[in-house]
Ligand binder design. Structure first.
Ligand SMILES: [Zn+2]
Length: 125
C-alpha cells in the first residue's frame, strides 16, 4: 500500500510576490510497490493489445501501439516514487481557500491556475 504523506509547500503568485503556506498530499511508493505497479500497468496494456487482435484491420495499428505504450508507461512508473494528489492553501491573488488537483504530479515547482480567479499559481517548497 502506498503511504500518504503531507508536505509543507508554498503557493506563490505570478505578479504579487506573496507566498502563502500550503499543504500538499502525496502518495509515496517504496521500491517493491513501484515494481508491482509497473508490472500491473504493463499487463493491463498488453491485455488491451491482446484484445485488439480481434479487431480487423485496426489491429495492425492498435496491437503495436498498446504494446509499446505499455512498456513506456510502466518504465515511467518504475522510477516514479511519488504521486501528487492535491494541494490546499490560500490563493496568493484572490486570498480564497483553494484545493488544486495535481493529476499525480508531485514535482516541484509546478504551475496551476487558481480555479477561482484563473491566475497562475506556483507551487514551490
Ligand atoms: Zn485565486
Amino acid at each position: 500500500m502506498p503511504q500518504e504523506i503531507i508536505k509543507d509547500i508554498h503557493f506563490k503568485g505570478q505578479k504579487s510576490k506573496v507566498m502563502n503556506p500550503a499543504k500538499m498530499w502525496i502518495n509515496t511508493y517504496n521500491e517493491k510497490e513501484q515494481k508491482v505497479r509497473a508490472i500491473k500497468t504493463l499487463l493491463n496494456f498488453w491485455g488491451i493489445a491482446a484484445l485488439c487482435i480481434l479487431i480487423p484491420i485496426a489491429h495492425f495499428l492498435l496491437v503495436p501501439l498498446f504494446f509499446i505504450m505499455g512498456i513506456m508507461k510502466s518504465m515511467k512508473l518504475l522510477h516514479k516514487a511519488e504521486d501528487g494528489l492535491y494541494a490546499e492553501g490560500n490563493c496568493p491573488a484572490c486570498e480564497k481557500q483553494i484545493k488544486l488537483n495535481l493529476d499525480n504530479n508531485a514535482d516541484l515547482p509546478q504551475w496551476i491556475d487558481c480555479p477561482n480567479c484563473k491566475q497562475a499559481i506556483e507551487l514551490n517548497q
